[in-house]
Design a protein. Structure first.
Length: 101
């Protein structure tokens, strides 16, 4: 194992963090309310700042956003499973229910 190996996957969400918790979050565009973005991160504050500053390619054309839902997960794998569920047909139905509450 290389000395730099930290045990986390090499991806943009795998940066250093203080906790082992992951967040699955859903954003809804204010100017285009039919557009929702589902994502996961280990640092929710940093990620929301990136979205709000237009640094995320897939959301920058739909600014500003409302944060409509957050789920806390213990592992990245669990968070990825929840994120995939929200991106499925069943998950989109749940999001519709969240928006009507």
């Amino acid at each position: 194992m290389p000395l730099w190996w930290n045990g986390r996957p090499a991806c943009r969400q795998a940066g250093t963090h203080d906790s082992d918790m992951y967040y699955v979050y859903i954003l809804q565009s204010i100017p285009k309310p039919t557009f929702t973005y589902k994502g996961l991160t280990d640092n929710l504050e940093r990620r929301l700042t990136q979205h709000s500053k237009g640094k995320v390619k897939s959301t920058k054309l739909f600014l500003p956003f409302n944060l409509i839902h957050v789920e806390l997960c213990e592992t990245r794998e669990e968070a990825r499973t929840v994120e995939k569920m929200f991106k499925s047909g069943y998950g989109r139905e749940i999001i519709k229910e969240l928006l009507t509450i």
